[in-house]
Design a protein around this ligand. Structure first.
Ligand code: ADP
Ligand code: MG
Length: 763
């Protein structure tokens, strides 16, 4: 065989011969050429040596320099050429599913093999595993984390490559803690931490000042234009100038799809003499669909091949983005920030940057993760810009002013510091219970204590956020008072959804009402599908309310469930789009909800819920679904009460009062948001009502949105913190009753024999 030295010093001829044994020579030259032209190629000896001599190294290099595709191959080839190929198993983690697949396919191609031999991938719910030895596995971070939760999960892995650490997503930061602990119990394990060019010093400090290797890139210059430059640049194109809504573009939530489509079509015409693809960064799938539709209607659209690129895309369709456009057609890729660093498309010359990103964010009022569209960071904007300079000098068009750029954050805040942590804490407990069985992760008290475990993170989260998460998990019944996982907690840990929603789903499945709960949970992941055009707001509100007619209690969630059911029926007759137009629904969001429902159903199955509970049924009980909202959303609950409202004339001697029904949470008054289907006017003033809500927003007053009205019983039965006392609320009461106290401000007098609510008391 070859020695390491020979391999590394050999000119391409040696490698060529070695590699030819594996692949047909006609293809060979192309693969070989591609690999050798990468900036990382010249460093292959240094990289292999450093990995051999150190347990951990940090490697940084510009996006596209070859980190993800080459480093695992350098390692494998080094062992192969030493005749020790069977000793390696390289596992490379990717934060994104689609990146794991596309990179695995690319590397298999470079090695002249089909997937599943020496190269494979594994993502949630889908995998093509490579052979167990002498191989490279690309997997999502979550897949490796779950594997490490199993007994002896790290056995058989020789190298762990943690890729894209600069993304600072929750799972990667979590994996860094787990892997750092692993190093002590597995001295032969080798770890490579890879990132795009950012300040890498936090990573090497984290790993005990390990060595760093930085590979310079080979970027071409990219000329940047901001929104303020565009009128000057495109002035003579009057199709674009009148549509410049300079003010609107700063709106946090919006992407001006007209503007983006016009700029893309302008680029295609202005630079029609030169080729090169256009890459457009958008926050999410809904914007991608909107812009694709708009472009297809434009004259320039006829000469384009428009390819979406986002994480929900099936593997087959995502491949198209990497292939060359047919002659005469301009390739336009509409991508989420997945194209920022995880995947590289070679022939991009023009970048159109919306400046927006969809980010998971914690909403404290909601106590829940939501996806929000917001400005990216300056670091991301520079990464996006760089994507235009891969093949030759390029152009970047920013759909925001240079002023906006200056106000953007320098870097994105790590996910661990901006999202709620209950999901993570649950995973930590799951890892700890694996460690308790003396497995891969070194057992020890450090794992069983959530707070201590998280204090070892790269940038630890806020201690209050950790305590809040632990309290929530206890309230949900996922962990007990000693922080041990309960059976419910174990199931919730396997469901990759926020535990509050997970509990609603599990209850929904077990109580035979999964269908409506699936819709409610899926819809909570996206923005409101009801859209109200400004000039037709009343009409749209009426339409939305019409979906709630017939429900015994008003409910925004159930109105949506009804709308979704009717939309599904309309779709089966090919009328989905017409239905959406008529009912003021966004078709793109409806499709996302439908996709998410299926994903949730598969997730439940994976978590071990029996198929009989999960298989699609014709419908489920709306009443049960409504009550289950309490199980998930409690304590976001308000009770009705009469409020005295003074009417005009402050100085008049006689005050005029008006009594009206209102809602309050603890001591605070809340108003039902005007978009809700529930109208306070329609409520019977003589009854008590409870209102469970999804979100509380403070503007001039406190509004609650996403509301469902409820009778008392579900509140009593499904709220988490119920105290039972038998102290009489009023001395004259006698009989067989008990008092249930919910959160201290709601009290119910319950008849012990019938279980009915005799009296509701509010503080
Ligand atoms: P890095 O990880 O440093 O960003 P990669 O290893 O992902 O770089 O990519 C190196 C090069 O490999 C890219 O510049 C591109 O030319 C090529 N490449 C990677 N993935 C694919 C793919 N799926 N199809 C075609 N080319 C690819
Ligand atoms: Mg990469």
């Amino acid at each position: 065989g070859y020695t390491s030295r020979e391999y590394l010093n050999a000119e391409s001829a040696t490698m060529y011969t070695a590699a030819r044994n594996r692949m047909s020579s006609s293809l060979l030259a192309e693969q070989w050429q591609a690999r050798q032209s990468l900036p990382l190629w010249r460093y292959r000896q240094k990289i292999v040596d450093m990995i051999g001599q150190n347990q951990v190294i940090v490697l940084t290099g510009e996006t596209g320099s070859g980190k993800t595709t080459q480093v695992p191959q350098f390692v494998l080839e080094d062992y192969e050429l030493n005749g020790r190929g069977a000793e390696v198993r390289v596992v490379v983690t990717q934060p994104r599913r689609i990146a794991a697949i596309s990179v695995a396919e690319r590397v298999a191609w470079e090695r002249g093999e089909p997937l599943g031999r020496s190269v494979g991938y594994s993502i949630r719910l889908e995998s093509v595993p490579p052979r167990p030895w002498g191989s490279i596995l690309y997997c999502t971070t979550g897949v490796l984390l779950r594997r490490l939760q199993r007994r002896d999960g790290a056995t058989g892995i020789s190298h762990i490559i943690i890729d894209e650490v600069h993304e600072r997503d929750l799972e990667t930061d979590f994996l860094l803690i787990v892997v750092r602990e692993l190093l002590q119990s597995h001295p032969s394990l080798r770890v490579v931490v890879m990132s795009a060019t950012v300040d890498s010093s936090i990573y090497d400090r984290y790993f005990n000042n390990c060595p760093v290797i930085s590979v310079p890139g080979m970027m071409h210059p990219v000329q940047v234009f901001h929104l303020d430059d565009l009128p000057h640049l495109m002035g003579q194109y009057n199709f674009i100038v009148p549509k410049f809504p300079m003010a609107r573009i700063t709106d946090e939530e919006e992407v001006d799809t007209d503007l983006v489509a016009n700029v893309i079509s302008w680029i295609a015409e202005e630079y029609s003499q030169t080729d090169g693809s256009i890459l457009c960064f958008l926050p999410g799938l809904d914007h991608i669909i909107m812009i694709k539709e708009r472009l297809q209607k434009m004259p320039a659209g006829k000469k384009m091949i428009i390819l979406p690129l986002h994480s929900q895309l099936p593997a087959g369709e995502q491949r198209a983005a990497f292939t060359r456009a047919p002659a005469g057609l301009r390739k336009v890729i509409l991508a989420t920030n997945i194209a920022e660093t995880s995947v590289t498309i070679d022939d991009v010359v023009y970048v159109v940057d919306s400046g927006k990103v969809k980010e998971k964010q914690y909403d404290p009022s909601l106590n829940m993760n939501i996806l929000r569209v917001q400005w990216t960071s300056q670091a991301s904007a520079r990464q996006r810009q760089g994507r235009a300079g891969r093949v030759r000098a390029g152009f970047c068009f920013r759909m925001y002013t240079s002023q906006v750029f200056c106000t953007m954050n320098e870097h994105q805040v790590p996910e661990m510091q901006r999202v709620p942590l209950e999901e993570l804490c649950l995973q930590i407990k799951a890892i700890a219970s694996a460690a308790a069985n003396n497995t891969s992760v070194s057992a020890g008290p450090s794992h069983s204590n959530i707070v201590r475990f998280l204090s070892k993170a790269l940038q630890p989260p806020n201690i209050h956020a950790v305590h809040a998460a632990i309290r929530l998990l206890k309230d949900l019944g996922a962990i007990d008072m000693q922080e041990n996982l309960t059976p419910l907690g174990m199931t919730l840990a396997k469901l990759a959804v926020p535990p509050r929603f997970g509990k609603m789903l599990i209850y929904g499945a077990l109580l035979g009402s999964l269908e409506p709960v699936l819709t409610i949970v899926a819809a909570a992941c996206f923005r409101d599908p009801f859209v109200a055009p400004i000039n037709k707001r009343d009409e749209a509100d009426k339409m939305r309310a019409s979906f709630a007619v017939g429900l015994s209690y008003g409910s925004d969630q159930l109105a949506l469930v009804t709308a979704f059911e009717q939309w599904t029926a309309a779709c089966s007759q090919g009328q989905g789009f017409v239905f959406c137009e008529r009912c003021f629904l966004a078709p793109a969001t409806m499709k996302l909800i439908a996709g998410m429902r299926q994903q949730l159903r598969r997730t439940l199955l994976e978590a071990g819920i029996k198929e009989q509970f999960i298989k699609p049924t014709s419908q489920g009980s709306m009443h049960v679904a409504r009550s289950l909202l309490v199980a998930g959303l409690y304590p976001s609950i308000a009770g009705s009460e009469f409020c005295r409202e003074s009417r005009g004339m402050k100085n008049a001697t006689k005050h005029a009062y008006r009594w009206r029904l209102g809602f309050k949470v603890n001591n605070g008054r809340v108003l039902i948001h005007p978009t809700s289907v529930i109208s306070e006017k329609q409520l019977n003033p003589a009854s008590h009502y409870y209102l469970v809500f999804q979100e509380k927003v403070q503007t001039s007053q406190v509004f609650v949105r996403g509301c469902t009205l409820l009778p008392a019983l579900p509140v009593v039965l499904l709220s988490w913190r119920v105290k039972i006392s038998s102290e009489p609320p009023a001395s004259e009461l006698t009989g067989d009753w008990m008092v249930l106290e919910v959160e201290g401000w709601l009290k119910f007098l319950i008849d012990r024999r019938s279980g009915s609510v005799l009296l509701e008391l509010r503080e």
